[in-house]
Structure formats: structure tokens, C-alpha cells
Design a binder for this molecule. Structure first.
Ligand SMILES: NC(=O)c1ccc[n+]([C@@H]2O[C@H](COP(=O)([O-])OP(=O)(O)OC[C@H]3O[C@@H](n4cnc5c(N)ncnc54)[C@H](OP(=O)(O)O)[C@@H]3O)[C@@H](O)[C@H]2O)c1
Length: 311
């Protein structure tokens, strides 16, 4: 099979197409003939060796869609140990979902990983209620653009989006965000009463500014950090303003089958009703994975980036 292989940690140029033997399924796993694989921000950190470094050589890629070889069913799967940038992948059955009729391959793989993250953060950890005001950091990204739509579909409002460029702010407004600002610190002016729920994925100063935008008794949920300051929060930051801070890691969503089933079921139901759409930024061939990584790192992408492993 053809795949993209990482032989040493480093820049996007380290991602190179190669011919590899097909992986074999173990107990509780299935072989999938992949059509499309997804890119996720964590892939960039894994490639650099700064997050969950795998044993090399490795095939990265955390989400795939295709046909399960054992029964020919169309399935979408989350791969916790990578293996997505390839024509054949092995997935745990527990992390695999049959794609409902009416959802195409691009939507299925565009929704599952980042959508479950958005659902876990907003609903499971964030306890979103209809009528809550919500703000989403990095709102034009893979997780962010689904979080904006999910919050709206679940009755939140107003929903505010933080995105760095005018083009990204136009994009998040096209998704229904009523407020779009360039930085979290601008939220105070736009929503002087604060927000009930803030979804952060940036950390550092942006997390602190996001926390300042949370109304008393509101919550902030963090799904990731790049700024390095997020670990300096003190209890006084919370008690002084009666706010709560939660974390969310996809591994816990997957470890709780009922949460994963609720999240994936909700995503596909909303997608079939036209209330949730994974916006596909670009679809690249296997030879274009390195360039797609570079585009994500340069903050050029909006929505989901896909790899057509047959091309
Ligand atoms: N906890 C979990 O289990 C989990 C699961 C999935 C994803 N995540 C996290 O969620 C975040 C979003 O992931 P994603 O896959 O949606 O990524 P993505 O599509 O690349 O979106 C990331 C967005 O972050 C913003 N950003 C801020 N600082 C950045 C920087 N230094 N470099 C690149 N982008 C930066 C960019 O938006 P602006 O230009 O508008 O700032 C970019 O659009 C990541 O931190 C990821 O690790 C966590």
C-alpha cells in the first residue's frame, strides 16, 4: 500500500510518500480500506516530536473513513496510535462508527475527531445549556468551526468567535457566529456581561483573556495550549470571580463508550438535519501531506484538511 512515512522528527519535509506492507488487525480491530484521512493539529506536534512521540518510522494520521474489509460497511474511525495517512488502516472496533446514509465520506471524517472534541468540551465538560452565551477560541479551525455550529444548534446564543484575520472572521460569521473578534481581550467590549461558556484551545495569554471574559458562575473549558501560561492559574483566579475551569481530552471521550456514542450520534444527527457541516478547506494527495502540514502551521487553513489516499 502507499502511505506517508515519518522517518525522523522535524519539519513538513520529513513526511514522504512510500510503499509499505499493509497493517494487520489484532483482537478487537478491523482493517479499513481508506478513502480519506484527516489532518489534526496534534499531527504537527507529533511530527516535530514534541507531543506523544511515536516509535519511528511512523505513519501519522488520527482519523480515517473508508470500507471495513470484513463486511464492506462504510465506517469512520479514530486511530489513537496513528496510521491514517495510508491506503489501508487498522482501527479499534470500539473507536469505529458506521457512517449513516446521507453523510458522505468527507463529512464523516471531517466531523468525528474534531466534532467529538467540540462536543466533549461544550456539552460533557462545559455543561452547555440552551440560552448560554458561548465564545470559541481559534474558531475558524477544525475544532473551532464545528464548536461554533454545535453551540448554535444546541440553542446557545449569542455565540462569539475569536479568529485572527478578517477572512477567518467572515468565515465564522458565515457559520452563524453573531460576534467575531480578533483576540479574546476584545470580547469584553462586544459582550460586556461576559459569556457563560468559553472554549479555549490556545492557552497562555489568550486563555487568561478568555477567562476574564467569562461571566460569574460561568465555565472555561481548555482542550489544548500553545502559550505556556495556562498552568499558572491560581485558585484566586477562580474563586475571586466564581468561575470554573475544566479540561477535555479526547482519550476520555473514547474511554467512556456512552459519551463517544452520544457525541458521534449527535454530530451525525445534526449533520443530517443540515445544522452541522464540516467545511473542507482542501483535499490533498498523499504527496501533498507535507505542504498541508506547513499550511496548518502557518495558520492558513479554515475548517478541515483532508488527504485523498487514493490520489
Ligand atoms: N483535547 C483534545 O483531545 C483535543 C482534540 C483535538 C484537538 N485539540 C486541540 O484543539 C486545537 C485545535 O485543533 P485543530 O485540529 O482544530 O487545529 P486547526 O484546524 O489547525 O486550528 C487551530 C487554530 O488555532 C489557531 N492558532 C493559534 N495559535 C496558533 C499557532 N501558534 N499555530 C497554529 N495555529 C494557531 C489558528 O487560528 P487563528 O489564526 O484564528 O488564531 C488555527 O486556525 C489544538 O490545540 C489541538 O491540539 C485537542
Amino acid at each position: 500500500m502507499r502511505a506517508v512515512v515519518l522517518r525522523r522528527f522535524g519539519g513538513p519535509e520529513e513526511l514522504r510518500p512510500a510503499e509499505l506492507p499493509e497493517p494487520e488487525a489484532g483482537q478487537g480491530e478491523s482493517v479499513i480500506d481508506v478513502t480519506l484521512a484527516g489532518l489534526n493539529f496534534a499531527d504537527l506536534e507529533i511530527r516535530e516530536g514534541v507531543y506523544a512521540p511515536p516509535r519511528l518510522p511512523a505513519v501519522l494520521g488520527a482519523d480515517v473513513v473508508g470500507r471495513r474489509r470484513s463486511d464492506g460497511r462504510r465506517v469512520v474511525a479514530l486511530l489513537r496510535a496513528g496510521g491514517g495517512y495510508a491506503q489501508v488502516a487498522v482501527a479499534r472496533d470500539a473507536y469505529t462508527v458506521e457512517v449513516p446514509a446521507g453523510i458522505d465520506d468527507a463529512q464523516a471524517v471531517g466531523l468525528l475527531e474534531q466534532g467529538c472534541t467540540a462536543y466533549g468540551a461544550l456539552v460533557t465538560a462545559g455543561r452547555l445549556r440552551p440560552g448560554d452565551s458561548v465564545a470559541v477560541a481559534a474558531a475558524a479551525g477544525g475544532v473551532g468551526h464545528l464548536a461554533v455550529q454545535l453551540a448554535l444548534a444546541l440553542g446557545a446564543g449569542p455565540v462569539a468567535a475569536v479568529a485572527s484575520t478578517p477572512e477567518k472572521r467572515a468565515f465564522v460569521r458565515s457559520l452563524g457566529a453573531q460576534v467575531a473578534v480578533g483576540r479574546a481581550e476584545e470580547l469584553g467590549e462586544a459582550l460586556p456581561n461576559g459569556v457563560d461558556l468559553y472554549l479555549d484551545s490556545v492557552g497562555g495569554r489568550e486563555l487568561r483573556a478568555g477567562l476574564a471574559a467569562v461571566a460569574p458562575f460561568g465555565r472555561l473549558v481548555s482542550v489544548g495550549a500553545r502559550g505556556g501560561l495556562s498552568d499558572t492559574l491560581a485558585m484566586d483566579d477562580l474563586t475571586g470571580r466564581s468561575v470554573g475551569v475544566h479540561g477535555l481530552w479526547m482519550q476520555q471521550v473514547l474511554a467512556a463508550p456512552q459519551v463517544f456514542a452520544r457525541a458521534s450520534g449527535m454530530l451525525f444527527t445534526l449533520a443530517r438535519r443540515g445544522l452541522l457541516t464540516a467545511r473542507i478547506d482542501r483535499v490533498v494527495p498523499l504527496s501533498g501531506v507535507g505542504a498541508a502540514h506547513a499550511a496548518m502551521a502557518a495558520r492558513e487553513t479554515m475548517g478541515k484538511v483532508l488527504v485523498d489516499v487514493r490520489a
